[in-house]
Write a protein of this length. Structure first.
Length: 193
């Protein structure tokens, strides 16, 4: 299972056998059960996570209502800008929607690897840029697309979500009520989409 991280890094560069070994030796793998909280609002946490198996939902509590802000599937990084500062508490929750296995990383362990293999810093930067570009794309789409367009993009980019999470989580993520999501799905079905 840990080979998934090696495969992920290999998308950015060819790794030597020694580099693969160091990555595998430095990995901290943790398993969570369905409904386990990985992180709570207000908690200080410098960790990042790479999802090996399972599904994690990120949400905020606003006036007592859970607002879903992201879903993380296999081979997704969970990286928060707040995680780079031990001074900043988390502003959201991470909860496992399914039994989930992650690799845990943090700045201290990353710096130790960077000292031994300086080019990993460049790889890490490329990964961070990819993750943040995805977040920026979502934010822009959320502000400019219609709920139907957001639904179609989610269906295209993360189709397995629709079998793995309750529809009200998807509605929350899209910024609509469950009844509105039902109407969107009905309209698209009538169009043959």
């Amino acid at each position: 299972m840990s080979n998934k991280l090696i495969e992920y890094f290999s998308k950015f560069t060819n790794l030597s056998e020694e580099e693969k070994r160091v990555i595998e030796e430095s990995m901290i793998v943790k398993t969570f059960q369905k409904d386990d909280l990985i992180r709570k609002e207000g908690q200080y946490n410098e960790d990042t996570f790479f999802v090996l198996e399972g599904l994690v939902r990120q949400y905020k509590l606003i006036n007592g209502e859970e607002i879903t802000t992201n879903f993380f599937l296999e081979e997704n990084w969970i990286i928060s800008l707040n995680s780079f500062s031990a001074e900043s508490p988390s502003q959201d929750y991470l909860v496992c929607v399914e039994d989930t296995c992650v690799i845990i990383g943090n700045e201290l362990s990353a710096q130790q690897i960077f000292k031994k293999f300086p080019r990993f810093e460049t790889i890490s930067r490329a990964i961070m840029e990819t993750v943040f570009a995805e977040q920026q794309t979502f934010l822009t789409a959320f502000l400019t697309d219609t709920p139907e367009q957001r639904y179609l993009k989610l269906l295209q980019n993360k189709p397995s979500l629709f079998q793995r999470v309750p529809q009200y989580y998807i509605a929350s993520y899209l910024g609509v009520k469950p009844e509105s999501l039902s109407r969107i799905r009905k309209r698209l079905s009538e169009k043959g989409l």
